[in-house]
Design a protein around this ligand. Structure first.
Ligand code: HEM
Length: 501
């Protein structure tokens, strides 16, 4: 028995060794340097076994090969490559979009809530993106802004009546605001902002980084065939709740004469128009309650997680930089006094320093650390003339690009001035990608920016912030996609300012 086990162990080691050699040769043949650690499973192994975020492993590789346009990395069932060059990134996100329109994650049709714009691909993605785009135009955003602003104004007395929200766990506090704003945008406004929403708990559980979620995630990128065989679902625990909520919402809205300009309004009109049709291919997609629930689920998740992270990181940085905090307080106070507290969309959009601070915070700590694509038809990356075969996974490193001194002098320094007018013009626009780039750029970028600004304006008008760092170095939460700091917190301290009702 021991002898047989030994033979099996030796065979496994030989197979693993040969697969590692094969992975390395694959990229060497294409003139691409190969990352030597874990030649078979690449960073998936490090992610599962270490207490670090996924993006941190990419950052290590990115820094290790400063002169390479791309780095091949180990992957089980398909080739994988980390892009470093911005022209190559532009190539796959825009120029040759049709060859790289796949998001790189494997999902199954039965995973109802995974059928959202972020995760679906090809023509179905195109139909969904087209049908949801009207919700994200500038004019729609202006119409919806008062709902965001209302939640931002309401969070202030809510915090005062719940003092524990002021004294730490600030990410939870800003998530509570974002959740109320998203509840209003997706499910319609009510007289009072809903801060104790069951939706918040549900989406917090869905993305909680557990061993199983990490494993599913790694399989979804590296071994899609296993996701199909084992019918792996990501969001089953939120399915019943979200589908049920959307069904009730649409039933109550279908005969309502008032236009509210929110997600539910759009869904009702989409369903009235019947099948979504792709003229070129003849593909038809039925806008069922389930499909619309999947979009609501993703919008809600994105409106809470990365948006709250962006607000939180900004507050955190302001707490560490008193001169920037003072300048922003002054800008906000001046606008409040000039407009008698009426901080409309147009007023907030004109706060130049707020814009610089928020963008510099998303440069230093982009809420999403990287994105990926899968090649759907053979192509060649222009820089390095790298042949990419159908099925290859390509990683786009957001955090590492934002920290590259080639694009940002003193990249570790929080310096909003680098985004001031002429200074900004000198930066490489391609190197700022907190919302991704190209045809699949974040559809909610403008919405998220408006929500983050509305929250920051009300919070900073009423409070000042104090940042606490526990330990010497910044630590990141072990997360699949997000960039979240763990050993820091922000305290809110009351300011004495004139109150406009
Ligand atoms: C600060 C907050 C946010 C950040 C940093 C962020 C970032 C991103 C990133 C990096 C992507 C991937 C882009 C790519 O693959 O090239 C993305 C996609 C997406 N985001 Fe956001 N996002 C935010 C907020 C939102 C909000 C509020 C919504 C909706 C209400 C939203 C909806 C989407 C959708 C639907 C996609 C998929 C787009 C597609 O594939 O066509 N995001 N976002």
């Amino acid at each position: 028995m021991i002898f047989q086990l030994l033979i099996v162990a030796i065979l496994v080691l030989v197979v693993v060794y040969l697969k590692g050699v094969k992975n390395e040769q694959y990229w060497r043949k294409r003139g691409v340097v190969f990352y030597q650690r874990n030649k078979v499973v690449g960073i998936a192994w490090d992610y599962i076994t270490q207490d670090r975020a996924f993006f941190e492993h990419f950052h290590d590789i990115y820094k290790k090969y400063p002169n390479e346009p791309a780095v091949g990395i180990g992957s089980v069932l398909k080739p994988a490559i980390l892009l470093r060059d911005l022209t190559n990134i532009q190539h796959i996100t825009s120029t040759e979009f049709n060859a790289f329109n796949h998001k790189g994650f494997e999902i199954i049709e039965e995973d109802t809530l995974a059928n959202n714009i972020f995760l679906v691909n090809g023509r179905k993605w195109k139909l969904l993106r087209q049908s949801m785009s009207p919700l994200f135009t500038s004019s729609k955003l202006k119409l919806m802004y008062h709902t965001i602003d209302k939640s931002a104004r309401d969070i202030v007395p809510y915090m005062r009546s719940n003092p524990k929200l002021m004294k730490g766990n600030a990410l939870e506090t800003v998530s509570t605001f974002c959740s109320a704003a998203m509840t209003a945008a997706v499910f319609g406004i009510s007289a009072n902002s809903i801060f104790e929403s069951p939706f918040l708990k549900i989406i917090q559980n869905v993305v909680k980084p557990t061993f199983w979620l990490g494993l599913k995630f790694v399989l979804s990128i590296n071994a899609p065939v296993l996701v199909r065989i084992f019918k792996i679902k990501f969001f089953s625990q939120a399915e019943k709740f979200f589908v049920g909520a959307i069904k009730n919402l649409l039933k109550s809205r279908v005969n309502e004469p008032i236009k509210r300009h929110d997600f539910a309004d759009l869904c009702v009109s989409i369903q009235k128009n019947g099948m979504l049709k792709d003229e070129e291919t003849g593909l038809e997609v039925d806008p069922t309650d389930e499909l619309l629930a999947a979009q609501a689920f993703f919008f809600f998740t994105a409106g809470v997680h990365p948006t709250a992270t962006a607000i939180y990181n900004t507050l955190l940085l302001l707490g560490q930089h008193p001169e920037a905090l003072k300048r922003l307080h002054d800008e906000i106070d001046e606008a409040f006094d000039k407009n008698e507290g009426n901080m409309s969309f147009d007023v907030v959009a004109q706060l130049e320093y707020l814009d610089m601070v928020l963008n510099e915070s998303m440069r230093l700590y982009p809420p999403v650390g990287y994105v990926l694509r899968e090649c759907v038809s053979d192509s060649v990356l222009p820089v390095g003339n790298i042949k990419i075969e159908k099925g290859t996974t390509l990683f786009i490193p957001i955090f590492p690009v934002h920290r590259d001194e080639k694009y940002y002098p003193d990249p570790e320094v929080f310096d909003p001035e680098r985004l001031y007018r002429d200074n900004k013009a000198k930066l490489n626009e391609k190197a700022f990608l907190p919302f991704g780039k190209g045809n699949r750029i974040c559809i909610g970028a403008r919405y998220a920016t408006a929500q983050a600004k509305a929250g920051l304006v009300q919070l900073l008008r009423n409070f000042t912030v104090k940042t606490k760092v526990f330990g010497n170095d910044i630590k990141y939460k072990k997360d699949q996609i997000q960039v979240q700091l763990t050993n820091v917190d922000v305290e809110f301290i009351e300011r004495k300012v004139k109150c406009y009702l």
